[in-house]
Write a protein that binds this ligand. Structure first.
Ligand SMILES: *Cc1c(COP(=O)(O)O)cnc(C)c1O
Length: 251
């Protein structure tokens, strides 16, 4: 799966991506209508981990511009390859998922937003990396961040528990190069989604009460986007349903 290969997809693949995108957009629109929300209140993020640069270019052609990656090395290569394929496009690359502090420098070069800030140390490392990148001309603006919230407090899966949420938010706000934009959360696997998303919505409300600009709520994936949208999600993250099954080797 050469993410670096600068080639174009076939017209059949392009048509498949268009069909898949239309189906996902329809589901989001229906979920918004059922929740009494406007269709423009919920953004669709294409999760492009393991997806080739050519497929990403085709998604950009179809009007998607919000892209989520979760592996720094893969993403750094892909950002360059996509820029070579579509120099006039303005993709917004977000990092989703766990981030090691020794990888923040690369992320600072290309990320519009990091959705997985869950510790003071990671916030500090990102702040310093963004400062360096701005100083050396690598990026123009500060970095938007979401705090990743953990519903069940399981440290393996990342995210801060509710007890630390507002303290971490205060710290992010104190970082000169970071802008606190909101909350990201994944409903725990196997748990009843209804109380999980109610809990996520309450955490988001508490964050917004303290920081009114932190209005983004990135939560909900293909299996649970209707419930997430009913509970106030403003970004749903969809990969496989848009691009097809990943091969096991690249998962
Ligand atoms: C991979 C991933 C997704 C998308 O998962 P799909 O099953 O491919 O739609 C969403 N959010 C995060 C954090 C992910 O890592």
């Amino acid at each position: 799966m050469g993410a670096e290969q600068a080639e174009e997809v076939s017209s059949a693949r392009r048509a498949e991506l268009a069909d898949r995108l239309a189906a996902v957009r329809r589901r989001i629109a229906d979920a918004c209508a059922a929740a009494g929300r406007g269709a423009d209140e919920v953004a669709l993020m294409a999760v492009t981990k393991t997806v080739s640069a050519a497929d990403v270019a085709a998604l950009l052609d179809l009007g998607l511009d919000l892209l989520g990656e979760n592996r720094v090395q893969e993403a750094s290569r892909k950002v360059e390859a996509v820029a070579a394929l579509r120099p006039d496009a303005r993709p917004r690359w977000h990092l989703i998922g766990g981030l090691q502090r020794n990888k923040v420098r690369a992320v600072a070069r290309w990320a519009e937003q990091v959705e997985s800030v869950d510790s003071v140390r990671l916030a500090d490392a990102l702040d310093a990396a963004v400062r360096r990148s701005v100083d050396t001309g690598g990026r123009e603006a500060s970095l938007s961040v979401l705090i990743q919230y953990s519903v069940d407090g399981d440290p393996q899966r990342g995210g801060v528990p509710r007890s630390d949420l507002l303290r971490l938010a205060e710290h992010v706000v104190s970082c000169a190069e970071l802008r606190l934009a909101g909350l990201m959360a994944v409903a725990p696997l196997g748990a009843d989604p209804e109380p999980a998303f109610a809990d996520i919505a309450a955490a988001s409300a508490a964050l917004r009460a303290a920081h009114p600009d932190a209005a983004t709520l990135s939560t909900g994936m293909i299996a649970d986007l209707e419930i997430a949208i009913r509970h106030g999600s403003s970004v749903v993250r969809v990969g496989t349903a848009l691009v097809g099954e990943r091969t096991l080797a690249s998962q």
